[in-house]
Design a binder for this molecule. Structure first.
Ligand SMILES: Nc1ncnc2c1ncn2[C@@H]1O[C@H](COP(=O)(O)OP(=O)(O)OP(=O)(O)O)[C@@H](O)[C@H]1O
Ligand SMILES: [Mg+2]
Length: 501
């Protein structure tokens, strides 16, 4: 193998109570895509933050273009040709797309005036390259989460770096956006850029990467060529053991009718009707943008609907706010954990019990002992990697934050639990733990709506599956009838076209 352009050697890094990196190593090669893999909390993001100088290292060495380096911060590493797309978005919604891309290095004339037309033109070139159909002058906040992620990617491209680190870049992207990103990655590879690609999606790793480095508990475990490995051995390297059946569906006796939605319509969806029994998992499949999240938010009370009704155990309920949703025992776990789920500055405990303070109170007094007990139970149940319940949630790894978000919903003891892309950013082992928990609550009679873009997940977990296309239900299948082809056809609206043809 050729000489690496970047070598991270025997890196150690501790935070109070946490050994995040414990002899981590990584090589990056020009013109190649290196996957960095490992379970939630394995140290992937931390290693990249040590590289770019966001964190200082306790021990270890970094060699870049054969010279030992130590960057003082992202600006410094950027000037040297290393840019990073962070796992959590770092953009300003109030500014335009172009301003976000060129933040802090606006193109100015000799008098320090911003040259808007030049800046917009350069931004346009980047957006075109990524196939983003928005004007550079548009406010970032008006874009979908996936489109904002594309802007973050455009920003990284604008530096014309020798190395680009991508930390779970496709998490919020649609299939089309992912395809555009992969085209650009292939171009960058051909131009000789070295890429570090972090993702929990094995399919993507095998599609776009050349080599794989695995970390476990902050330790370097192995470096392999993608062509010389397969999914099973990769999982074994990451988890340290073999995993059997990934989607453990359990059969449970359906109870009585729990939720019923009748002819619900809004600007985002049209005439939606379905039922959900106690102890049933209803999968909702479809492409991003099909209206699934909007429908779920309407049922929970976070978005208005214009007509139709929602019934809980046979009674029509009013859900004009999330508070009313919760009062009717409907909990919704958002797909956007940072934007509208967790409060990053609060502790694990405060986040988890945020929606359950009423249940945890006695005569208007919060029962602190009960709160602590419940929170510690969930930390244990979900195997959440945190030094304590009082850790600031922003310091947890992405996947562990996601587990807290799910625990927060469960803690309200809902009758209907709506999970919107619950395993996004969650590693293979933890995914299975989450599935097993969902099954446990299902067997206790909880009704679950599972919105997911991952076909195997919907197929493997649901008792019944609805597919949405452009705001309408385009198909309904029992677990037995459903397969990937049928769901795909409905997700693309093909069956609708057949019907009308
Ligand atoms: N600023 C911080 N303060 C305290 N602990 C931290 C901080 N940043 C990371 N950690 C801890 O370091 C460990 C490694 O976290 P890191 O975010 O690098 O994991 P990761 O491999 O990126 O996981 P994921 O796949 O979930 O994103 C975790 O236990 C995390 O809680
Ligand atoms: Mg991470």
């Amino acid at each position: 193998m050729s000489q690496p352009i970047l070598e991270l050697k025997n890196i150690h890094k501790s935070f109070p109570g946490v050994k995040a990196l414990d002899n981590a190593c990584l090589n990056v090669y020009s013109g190649k895509v290196m996957a960095l893999m490992g379970e939630n909390g394995a140290g992937k993001s931390t290693l990249m933050k040590v590289l770019t100088g966001i964190y200082s290292l306790d021990e270890g060495e970094i060699f870049y273009e054969n010279k030992q380096v130590s960057f003082t911060g992202p600006r410094h590493s950027q000037q040297a040709g290393i840019s990073i797309i962070h796992q959590e978005l770092n953009l300003l919604p109030e500014l335009t797309i172009a301003e976000n891309i060129f933040l802090g290095r606006e193109i100015t004339n000799a008098f320090g005036r911003i040259k808007w037309s030049l800046m917009f033109a350069e931004a346009q070139v980047l957006l075109d390259r990524l196939n983003v159909k928005h004007k550079p002058s548009q406010r970032l906040g008006e874009l979908s989460l996936g489109e904002q992620q594309m802007v973050e990617i455009a920003k990284a491209l604008s530096f014309k770096s020798k190395i680009i680190v991508m930390d779970e870049p496709t998490d919020a992207l649609t299939e089309t956006e992912t395809a555009s990103l992969f085209t650009v990655i292939n171009e960058l590879r051909a131009e000789g850029v070295g890429i570090v690609y972090i993702s929990h999606r094995l399919k993507e790793i095998f599609e776009i990467c050349d080599d794989i480095t695995v970390l476990r508990d902050g330790k370097f475990i192995a470096q392999r060529a993608v062509s010389e490995t397969d999914e099973d051995s990769l999982i074994e390297l990451m988890v340290g053991r073999r995993l059997d059946e990934q989607y453990p569906r359990v059969d449970s006796k359906h109870g009585t009718r729990c939720l019923e939605v009748k002819h619900l319509s809004s600007s985002d969806f049209n005439d939606i009707s379905f039922t959900l029994d106690h102890g049933e998992i209803l999968g909702i499949s479809g492409l991003m943008g099909a209206g699934r999240t909007e429908l779920m938010k309407a049922i929970y009370g976070a978005l208005p609907y214009q007509s139709g009704e929602v019934l809980m155990e046979g009674k029509v309920i009013t859900v004009n706010s999330p508070q009313q949703g919760l009062a009717n025992r409907i909990a919704y776990i958002s797909e956007d954990r940072k934007g509208d789920g967790l409060i990053l500055g609060l502790s694990v405990k405060e986040n988890m019990s945020l929606c359950s303070l009423k249940q945890l109170s006695h005569r208007l007094q919060l029962d602190h002992a009960a709160e602590t007990l419940a929170v510690e139970d969930f930390i244990h149940l979900f195997n959440i990697k945190t030094p304590s319940k009082d850790q600031i949630i922003g310091h947890l790894s992405g996947g562990n934050q996601q587990k807290v978000a799910i625990a927060k919903g469960l803690m309200t003891r809902p009758k209907v639990l709506i999970l919107d892309e619950p395993t996004r950013g969650v590693d293979v082992g933890a995914k299975k733990e989450i599935y097993q928990l969902i099954n446990k609550f299902k067997q206790e009679g909880m009704s679950i709506i599972l919105v997911s873009s991952e076909m195997p997940e919907v197929l493997g977990m649901s008792d019944r599956i609805l597919v949405m296309y452009q705001g309408q239900i385009s198909g309904e299948f029992s677990a037995e009838e459903a397969d990937q082809e049928k769901l795909m056809a409905c997700a693309f609206g093909n069956n609708i076209m057949e019907k009308t043809a």
